[in-house]
Design a protein around this ligand. Structure first.
Ligand code: NAD
Length: 237
């Protein structure tokens, strides 16, 4: 299957990539649902609850401690998957990266067209005055981070119970529905509505690269159960 994948990438253009937390595990950022993922560690509350909008409002101090310790990975660097995707875009073969990740590693690797469905840890806004703050501000703060105006500075990250950004969704759907090749990688395809977006694909080659099986393995033309960074490192551009 890897040979077929490499051949397809070599011969095709109009490729779109749809990825999730598994794209960044080889950069040292844990995903949610693997055995060593965040959902299998022990906390006072289930992680899904901690990163929900209602929990954020009720218990912001606990939210920010969890957020700083578990969702921000200081010093994480892009891996081969991020770098090869940036190279494919530069070579005119890849049109867009659609990601559920919030880590900003695609941009750090050089990708330009990145649709971040769940926002980014690199953008933070005061809930009162809208003033922008970078990641450093959250990392270096303790407890609940406050703006100079006194408002709470909230990460531009989509929490459970919150809506996805409409424009980002529309651009992502347009990229997916116009692609000839869709590569889906490093995602359990279980977080909606993001996971449902892959249904808009109507091109010829659906490629799936994931360590574990997914609900749509049987629909893909090429299925590789392996590590996305290791697979991508074999691409020659
Ligand atoms: P998930 O945790 O539900 O699933 C991750 C999938 O990736 C699993 O199926 C696993 O088998 C696979 N995987 C793990 N490492 C892999 C590797 N090296 N190569 C190939 N496959 C690998 O993640 P999800 O589907 O993205 O959904 C969870 C939500 O978690 C997303 O909404 C995302 O916003 C958020 N999240 C983001 C980050 C991040 O920004 N890096 C990290 C954790 C969670």
């Amino acid at each position: 299957m890897i040979e077929k994948f490499l051949e397809t990438i070599k011969n095709k253009t109009n490729i779109v990539f749809f990825g999730g937390a598994g794209v960044s595990t080889e950069s040292g950022i844990p995903d949610f649902r693997s055995v060593d993922g965040l959902y299998n560690q022990k906390y006072d509350y289930p992680p899904e609850e901690i990163i929900s909008h209602s929990f954020f409002l009720k218990n912001p101090e606990y939210f920010y401690n969890f957020y700083r310790n578990k969702l921000i990975c200081k010093g994480a660097k892009p891996n081969a998957a991020h770098f090869k995707l940036a190279e494919l875009e530069k070579a005119g073969k890849l049109n867009a990266v659609v990601t559920q990740n919030i880590d900003g590693l695609h941009q750090m690797a050089g990708s330009k067209t990145v649709y971040e469905l769940h926002g980014s840890v690199h953008r933070n806004y005061c809930m009162e005055c809208g003033k922008f703050y970078g990641l450093d501000f959250i990392e270096n703060s303790t407890g609940i981070p406050h703006c100079s105006c006194g408002g709470i500075v909230k990460p531009d990250v989509v929490l459970y119970e919150e809506m996805l950004d409409d424009l980002t969704v529309r651009k992502a759907v347009s990229a997916i529905s116009g692609a000839d090749v869709l590569i889906i990688a490093g995602t359990s395809l279980s977080v909606y509505p993001a996971a449902g977006m892959v249904r808009y694909f109507k091109g010829s080659e659906l490629i799936l690269i994931n360590r574990d099986s997914t609900p749509i393995d049987d629909q893909a033309n090429i299925v590789i159960h392996g590590k996305v960074g290791e697979v991508f490192s074999q691409i020659k551009i």
